[in-house]
Design a protein around this ligand. Structure first.
Ligand SMILES: [Zn+2]
Length: 124
């Protein structure tokens, strides 16, 4: 399996966990190691907990997950699923809206990689 595909699976696993946390449900079997180190595109960002402890660290001071269209910010303590805190500009998101969000994020990151591959000669 290619690195890009592994990263997409990490994104999907993280987002399933985030969506379940939105409804206060717990899904076992998804560990914090399944979260990508750091992914960032126009509409979303996702990263593991940063253990650096530095006051001015940009990772420590940004949400673990951010989705621009809903203004959704998700924070967790050390491990995805632990002490989670969620806030959003949009109240009471429906499951279909969260599913759209997951789809949107994966499509966006895949399209970004595709454009990058084209720019660099199309090799995968
Ligand atoms: Zn940090």
């Amino acid at each position: 399996m290619k690195d890009n595909e592994l990263e997409t699976i990490e994104i999907l696993k993280s987002m399933i966990r985030i969506i379940s946390a939105y409804y206060n449900k717990k899904i076992d079997g998804i560990e914090s190691a399944d979260t990508p180190n750091y992914v960032n595109s126009y509409n979303f960002s996702l990263h593991r907990h940063c253990f650096c402890g530095k006051e001015n660290c940009s990772l420590c001071n940004t949400p673990n997950f951010y989705y621009r269209p809903y203004g959704l910010e998700v924070y967790w303590y050390k491990h995805l699923g632990r002490g989670m805190y969620i806030k959003s500009n949009k109240e009471n998101l429906k499951i279909c809206e969260l599913y759209d969000m997951m789809n949107h994020c994966v499509m966006e990151i895949e399209n970004m990689r595709y454009k990058y591959d084209i720019k660099n000669g199309g090799g995968v």
